[in-house]
Design a protein around this ligand. Structure first.
Ligand SMILES: [Zn+2]
Length: 112
């Protein structure tokens, strides 16, 4: 089976929800990993701004940066461990999903 649109060959396809479709299992660590990356980027950029402005960083900001870094490492590690299972559940979902829609040309089709 193909993961491309049969009409325009675009890989930008999305599953059309059907009543009996199985959802892929999203690891909980991913739900922590994504915001922790954002927080880490935020705190790192604030810290860099303090560094550039040559101002003393507050203790709270330092702790927040360290904490967000630790959460990022921990959730990254958890996600990395859950990755094989996540991949498998995604593949099962891709196989079970019959009804697809193309975001490029709006063509929709059913896989047999
Ligand atoms: Zn298409």
């Amino acid at each position: 089976m193909s993961y491309r649109c049969p009409k325009c060959q675009s890989p930008k396809i999305m599953p059309v929800a059907s009543s009996n479709s199985v959802r892929p299992e999203i690891p909980k660590s991913l739900a922590i990993l994504v915001p922790s990356v954002l927080f880490l980027l935020l705190f790192v950029s604030i810290s860099l701004a303090f560094l550039v402005l040559d101002k003393k960083m507050g203790l709270l900001l330092q702790l927040a940066t360290i904490a967000s870094f630790l959460i990022f490492i921990a959730s990254g590690f958890m996600f990395w461990k859950a990755l094989p299972k996540f991949k498998q559940s995604m593949q099962t979902f891709m196989r079970a999903q019959k009804h697809w829609k193309c975001r490029q040309c709006n063509h929709d089709w059913q896989n047999s």
